[in-house]
Design a protein around this ligand. Sequence first.
Ligand SMILES: C[S@@+](CC[C@H](N)C(=O)[O-])C[C@H]1O[C@@H](n2cnc3c(N)ncnc32)[C@H](O)[C@@H]1O
Length: 270
Amino acid sequence: MPDNEAPEIDTSVPHSARIWDYWLGGKENYPVDREAGDAVLQVLPSIATSAKQDRAFLGRAVRFLVKEGIRQFLDLGTGLPTVDNTHEVAQRVAPESRIVYVDNDPLVLLHARALLQSSEQGSCDYVQADIRDTATVLEEAAKSLDFDRPVALMLLGVLNHILDDDEALRIVAGVLERLVPGSYLVISHTCDATTDELDGEAMRQAVRTVMERGGTPIRARSPEEIERLFAGTELLEPGVVSCSRWRPDPSPWTEPEVPHFCGVAVVRAR
Ligand SMILES: C[S@@+](CC[C@H](N)C(=O)[O-])C[C@H]1O[C@@H](n2cnc3c(N)ncnc32)[C@H](O)[C@@H]1O
């Protein structure tokens, strides 16, 4: 799309990025998104905490990866820029970090141009694409990432929009086959686990609420189903857990579980 052409924003149906932004306390959302967001909050009040815990997990995961020597990030399903995006967390510690963001929502595109400001030493690029089109994603990402060096593939809150298991696996595998050993895979995903703290049925009801409103199609997966998305990689401790429980920062209290699970895995030599 030419630079001077504004992307078309559909404000008649709720969009995933905008509802997520609403739950995170952002302002880039419309009445239709807030209504859908509130309807979900009615059946699943913990969902807003999920969005915040997902972001906190992103921060801890990126800091861990930078410590492991990772300087390249391919972040699929960017969402609307908010505080502490992948590039901000990575470049704060390692300014030379290179980040490529990919999303298919035109509103994300509109804001990405203005907000994804890189450090001088590193780079930060945005690709408007559907993550199902892995060939385009890789071709565009290769313009700024060096695929002969390790890359962290970040899929936060986006594979829950790929309803078919085989398709989700194909997307992950399609990108992973380009990544060299020593690369990483980071996933977070809406989860319908039932535990002492979580009610899987409330999450399924929340998903039905979004679907009925014609929002971005979404599905929750069980922890086992999320773990399967890590096929071909070595899942690191503590495995697939609630975002609030993935290597939490030291604190006198334990954060409650949220119905958004995550994991980090390393790509070993094949
Ligand atoms: C819930 S938001 C998550 C944002 C961010 N990754 C985070 O965790 O805070 C999901 C994002 O995925 C994007 N998305 C959904 N399906 C997509 C697809 N098929 N291709 C590209 N982006 C997609 C949405 O537009 C939205 O911005």
